[in-house]
Design a protein around this ligand. Sequence first.
Ligand code: C5P
Length: 237
Amino acid sequence: MTLINTNPCFHALIPAAGSGSRMGSELPKQYIDLLGRPVIRHTLDALLAVESLSRIWVVLAPDDIHWPRYKWPADSRITVLHCGGATRAESVANALQEVALHADAQTWMLVHDAARACVSPRLVARMIETLADDPVGGLLAVPVADTLKRAGDDGRVAQTIPRAGMWQAQTPQMFRLAMLRDALAAHPEVTDEAGAIEACGLSPRLIASDATNFKVTFPDDLAMAARLLGSAAESTK
Ligand code: C5P
């Protein structure tokens, strides 16, 4: 397979069209306050700090009323798309159709959850360096440390799953624009980009990350994210 581009371009795509029902909040979780700013602002700032990202696409729900209420960084790399869909995969697929009108088919797309606000710019930069010449692409992930249990309908353990070789998928997930667009069109049922690429018979590369790149999902996660971002800000003073 010869996919290597001598001058590759790297774009980030942030799906932010979810309602965040697990957070139990009226406000979609990407807009919930975290240290005085919406969650997605921290995510955006982290990606803006990655110099090799030449564009950052933010994908909102078509009826999003929250984005205009905030002040956003005046950075020409940011473009907002109002094409979110019913699922995360649909939001990403819709956005890729629009991005394809402006970008080369071989552009590397780093799809990153709006709700992973503690992502490290250094880790994203390392991921880009590691995967820039990869024929498939890959994702940040963490080796599973705990023993895994499958629950039965009665709330009791139905099965213990061996954890050897198991990884927990995170984002960014980095694949070339045309490959990812075609994979998501063929496999819209997936819950992450890597799943669509795998369903096409390819093997994304796992890039070791850590637990700090977690997804703000439940109310308790906000306090953890505030602690992490607060101590990161302290250490740069
Ligand atoms: O709901 P979940 O935590 O899996 O969402 C992951 C990311 O996908 C979030 O940033 C969310 O806003 C986004 N999403 C989306 N469109 C949807 C559902 C989720 O862009 N329909």
